[in-house]
Design a protein. Structure first.
Length: 42
């Protein structure tokens, strides 16, 4: 099992959900998320 799969399983997420979490966290830390809290690109 890859490290990402294990991490996702440890936190009861799918691998895709874990990737979304990692990306969102990185965007938040970089100050790149919209100020209104809406993460949609629509």
């Amino acid at each position: 099992m890859s490290a990402l799969e294990k991490w996702a399983a440890d936190e009861f997420r799918s691998v895709n959900g874990q990737l979304e979490y990692i990306i969102t966290d990185a965007l938040r830390k970089a100050g790149r998320l919209p100020k209104n809290g809406n993460n949609n690109n629509e």
